[in-house]
Design a protein around this ligand. Structure first.
Ligand code: 4AD
Ligand code: MG
Length: 459
């Protein structure tokens, strides 16, 4: 297999001649010598290639454009100059794919806004290289964490007939002709649709995940999630990835314990195993990032009742844009104030009013709250949302009636409470929010390869 630049550098100086391929980040040439920074996506810095006039086609190589694809062979030597430990003395350089002055990434620095307009090219920049390497490694770390804890990985369906969160944010999946659907009693007749009923893209794999938890004990899902939520913020995407663990025989406290251990594991992983990328983010994206993440890896996450959070916000003397009142949901400004100003670190908010939460959450004895939890972190606000589930059939049914949720389409969910029901709990971690949190990147569009947001779906 082809050797990657990262591997060649790890092997160190003094090894046999080597060969690798990559793309030109910059070229500097003098009369008899030419320096090319080549990057193959495997590390932050790429490698400096040094060519002198003994290299065949030397003059042509000096004129190679930024962005061109090259295959280089030579030997790795210690670099006499500062800036890099090692460099590659080239013996031959082959131009595989040309580039020219019209290549948009000539300049060293572009704004993230501009780079979003060329998301087909931005993976070739240092920042997006680091972001997507971190994202890839984190995905692997997430599977590793759950594998070490004996959780079953389950793939829940992307096309579904149920709106788990009940927020009406399903993208419709249909093969009916939108301009001329079959009509029955004045409405589109979904009986004639592909699945013989109304279907959409999933907003969460939780309900199906629960069914597996009630068979395998501990499970998790990790997959794409879709929400037709018309909120154009730096933290919402219409298509995002979510990790949803679900544990049988578990309470809300167990759920928070798992979430805390999970987040700390991922913080440590980023620092220990993505050190170069984290150092890059610390230097270029958020000064002090590594220290912030190291602190979180050691911290005890705070746990605060929703009612207390409301009181503390009301007592803060701060004027918020959105009202603060028992019974209302917390907005991002409130969440950030709690985790940044009141606590100064990750904070679980527990036991929310039942009227602002989904039907499946376990009803508390006070009659007005449910066993919900959100994990709030500085800079982001909510990164995790979860709950203990209502495992009592009668309570679940009466709550569905109260909320006007049709029971016939969720007969299978109710069945799970009929036989062998048990206390169980789980949560959802937004994968992109995690990547933002660990990298310091401030817009969700910059941690998704090809983001989908309202009125934006290119590629
Ligand atoms: O709080 P949410 O809506 O919870 C659920 O979907 C539950 N079914 C999870 C569970 O208990 N299994 O979403 C969970 C997390 C949020 O905390 C947030 O990090 C992320 O998913 N999230 C989004 N990320 C990006 N864009 C969006 N539009 C998001 N909506 C939620
Ligand atoms: Mg939520």
């Amino acid at each position: 297999m082809r050797k990657r630049i990262k591997e060649i550098i790890e092997q160190g100086v003094g090894t046999a001649p080597c060969s690798f391929s990559g793309w030109v980040r910059s070229v500097r040439s003098a009369k008899e010598i030419c320096f090319i920074i080549l990057n193959d996506g495997s590390n932050v810095d790429g490698i400096q290639v040094v060519a002198d006039s003994t290299v065949p086609d030397f003059t042509q190589i000096c004129r190679v454009g930024t962005g061109a694809a090259l295959t280089v062979s030579g030997t790795l030597v210690e670099s006499p100059a500062s800036g890099q430990k090692m460099e590659l003395m080239a013996r031959t350089i082959e131009i595989i794919g040309h580039s020219d002055a019209s290549y948009p990434l000539q300049k060293k620095r572009h704004t993230f806004e501009y780079l979003r307009t060329i998301s087909h090219l931005r993976p070739r920049t240092n920042t997006f290289g680091a972001v997507f390497r971190l994202r890839s490694r984190l995905a692997q770390a997430i599977h590793r964490f759950f594998s070490e804890h004996n959780f079953l990985y389950v793939n829940t369906p992307l096309i579904t007939a149920s709106d788990c969160e009940g927020a009406g944010e399903l993208f419709r999946v249909t093969t009916l002709d939108a301009a001329d659907p079959p009509i029955l009693a004045g409405k589109p007749d979904f009986n004639q649709d592909f699945f013989g009923q109304k279907t959409g893209l999933t907003v969460s794999g939780q309900l199906e995940g629960e069914l597996f938890a009630l068979a395998f004990g501990d499970i998790y899902t990790f997959g794409p999630t879709f929400r037709a939520e018309n909120s154009n913020t730096a933290r919402h995407a219409s298509e995002f990835w979510m990790i949803e663990p679900e544990m049988a025989f578990a309470t809300l406290a167990d759920n928070a314990d798992l979430a805390e251990e999970f987040i700390k594991y991922l913080c440590r992983f980023a620092l220990d195993e993505c050190g170069d990328e984290m150092a890059f983010f610390d230097k270029h994206i958020e000064n002090g990032l590594c220290e912030r993440i190291a602190k979180v890896a050691e911290a005890d996450f705070a746990r605060m009742e929703y009612s207390e959070a409301i009181e503390r916000l009301q007592d803060s003397g701060v004027t918020f844009a959105y009202p603060v009142e028992w019974g209302l949901d917390l907005q991002t400004e409130h969440e950030r104030y709690i985790t940044e100003q009141i606590v100064g670190g990750p904070t679980f908010i527990l036991n929310y009013p039942k009227d602002i939460k989904a039907f499946y959450m376990r009803q508390n004895n006070d009659g007005r709250t449910v066993a919900a939890m959100d994990l709030l972190v500085p800079k982001i606000g909510e990164i995790i949302g979860g709950s203990q589930r209502e495992e009592r059939l009668d309570r679940l049914e009466s709550r569905m009636v109260e909320m006007g949720i049709a029971q016939d389409s969720l007969w299978w969910y109710l069945d799970s409470r009929r036989w062998g029901s048990c206390p169980h709990a789980g949560f959802g971690l937004g994968f992109e929010r995690l990547v933002m949190y660990l990298s310091g990147m401030e817009n969700i569009r910059d941690v998704i390869p090809f983001p989908r947001t309202p009125r934006h779906c290119e590629f």
